[in-house]
Ligand binder design. Structure first.
Ligand code: DQQ
Length: 558
């Protein structure tokens, strides 16, 4: 090879690795989704500024227009009338000014009085990723699609002041209006090694003053990304506007903690006079019992109040578990989870999440099984559906609860317990659940299952999603996820719902009390070769009192 051709090859690889040129995305695309939102190509991460405006749902998201890796970050934009089918629009915000020259990072939308939306977003301003906060407003409020956005002339509106480090200062939350007519908004940071949400207040939405002490901070956490703060009703499942404050309301403070990526939340009281959030005594961010929206892959989430249907909807980014090299080959990376309704559980101690009801309009050809006994060590195929693109709900009846294995008090970490007791490890009651994205010979399978233990004074239910055999290609990350499920199996049946979509499995245990989202990249269980099974590898039998499975139609996801 001549020196010239070596130089050309080197130059080509350099441009490719920096995302400056792209290869045509591969046409063999078994992992693209049928009903989970994703752009036609390239990199996507956080959901940004979700809202409803004049009956149209808006989703913006962090997007690299040039490659399947993070970089050149803009706000891409799509709209929908049903949260399921989406129409893409031009990029809403792209680096264009000194206050966002190195990227338009995450942020939120606020609907101001009179129904006027505004966006606050983080601008990355240099190659050190110093960050500031900027305002953008619609160019034309009479356009329900809000296709054009104007960046405010006097941006940045908020810059970091000591002791805040400007490289850790980002992701403004939706703002809320207090009874004193002052706006409030949170920005994520880490101050003196404590992960923090910093509160800013404003009378006019333009001039913002920092409140001296953090709204909340936690020494056991590092950088807080994408803080979200909102009220939930203690009396009904309906959502409430972000500015609601008063009786029958509790507040939720969510933070996205990096390394490992987790969306954690606390439930508590908002003291508006003291500008503070006071978590309930049993609500904490750290430790094995800290609450998470989802115990699998689910990050940088953001909620909004859907005033058309009086519900709070949650969006989140679901990253890939495949290598960067594979992402470049397939030409895309990143999904959005199915938008979920969320509300406070009856006990007031945790949230419940459930896929937005609109998703059910994609269900086709229900397959139903009732009162089927699953002997210990058995597998039952659920045929008659497109198992690579499906929605399945299963309800288990467990009779022999007395025989449950005793829970060792040292088993406090459910994820470790799920890894130790993988889908193949037999105990008295469990594992039982679903094998999804499974190949005919079960060489590949993602196992979503329960195990029941006898705790000190009650039964303890463990929910796991085991990806260790999800793909024969071991270059993919194949973790096992797990969490405890706060359901007493003496009082109620155990339910599981999984949304299966080619390379993503979103599972909801106990009606949405515990959620686990996983990525899987089967090499055999693809499209028509994917199978779905109910299984029970435990010693004791369990009954399926009901199973309903549907093929899912393809949605317009861009
Ligand atoms: N992603 C954005 C940041 C945010 C992070 C950059 C979270 O604004 O902190 O793409 O995934």
């Amino acid at each position: 090879m001549t020196n010239f051709s070596v130089t050309l090859i080197l130059l080509f690889s350099l441009l490719l690795s920096h995302g400056i040129i792209e290869l045509e995305a591969s046409t063999n695309q078994p992992y693209r989704t049928g009903f989970h939102f994703q752009p036609a190509k390239n990199w996507m991460n956080d959901p940004n500024g979700p809202m409803i405006y004049r009956g149209i749902y808006h989703l913006f998201y962090q997007y690299n227009p040039y490659a399947a890796v993070w970089g050149n970050i803009t706000w891409a934009h799509s709209t929908s009338t049903d949260l399921i089918n989406w129409t893409p629009h031009d990029i809403a915000l792209a680096p264009s000014a000194p206050f966002d020259s190195h990227g338009c990072y995450s942020g939120s939308a606020t609907i101001r009085p009179g129904g006027r939306p505004a966006i606050f977003y983080t601008g990355s301003i240099d190659s050190f990723t110093n960050q500031v906060q900027n305002l953008a407003v619609p160019k034309n409020y009479s356009d329900p699609y809000l296709r054009e956005w104007l960046k405010y002339t006097y941006n940045p509106l908020i810059s970091a002041t000591r002791p805040i480090d400007a490289t850790s200062f980002r992701d403004p939350s939706t703002a809320w209006l207090g009874p004193d007519k002052r706006w409030r908004m949170l920005i994520g940071s880490v101050i003196d090694n404590k992960g923090s949400a910093i509160l800013y207040t404003s009378k006019d939405f333009k001039h913002w003053i920092k409140v001296e002490q953090p709204f909340y901070s936690d020494a056991k956490t590092k950088m807080w990304e994408c803080p979200d703060f909102y009220p939930v009703s203690t009396v009904y499942q309906k959502g409430v506007d972000t500015s609601i404050y008063g009786p029958n309301i509790k507040h939720v403070l969510k933070t996205s903690l990096n390394e490992p990526q987790r969306d954690c939340y606390m439930i508590g009281t908002y003291d508006i006079g003291q500008n503070k959030f006071i978590p309930d005594p049993e609500s904490s961010l750290s430790g094995d019992s800290g609450l998470r929206y989802d115990y699998g892959k689910f990050y940088a989430s953001k909620s909004f109040f859907d005033s058309a249907k009086n519900r709070r909807i949650l969006w989140a980014w679901v990253p890939e578990s495949s290598s960067e090299e594979d992402n470049k080959k397939k030409g895309w990376a990143g999904l959005q989870a199915i938008p979920r309704s969320l509300w406070l559980e009856k006990s007031g101690k945790q949230l419940v999440q459930w896929p937005a009801v609109e998703i059910e309009s994609l269900r086709l050809n229900e397959v139903k099984l009732q009162n089927r006994f699953l002997q210990g060590g058995s597998v039952l195929e659920v045929s008659g559906i497109t198992a690579a693109q499906a929605d399945v709900e299963i309800l288990f009846d467990v009779i022999e609860l007395d025989r449950a294995e005793v829970l060792d008090p040292s088993w406090t970490n459910p994820q470790v317990l799920c890894s130790r007791k993988s889908a193949l490890v037999k105990s008295a009651l469990g594992p039982f659940g679903l094998l999804v994205l499974a190949s005919k010979g079960l060489e590949e399978q993602t196992a979503v299952f329960f195990r029941i233990f006898k705790g000190q004074d009650k039964h303890v239910v463990l929910m796991c999603s085991d990806q260790s055999r999800s793909s024969l290609d071991n270059t993919n990350d194949r973790p096992t996820y797990g969490a405890f499920l706060n359901v007493d199996p003496v009082q109620e049946r155990l339910s599981l719902r999984s949304l299966i979509d080619h390379s993503i499995v979103e599972s909801f245990g106990g009606g949405g009390k515990t959620c686990i989202t996983a990525r899987a990249y089967p090499t055999l269980a693809i499209d028509g070769d994917a199978h779905l099974y109910a299984f029970n590898y435990g010693i004791e039998g369990v009954s399926i009192s009901n199973l309903s499975a549907w093929s899912m139609k393809k949605a317009q996801i861009n």
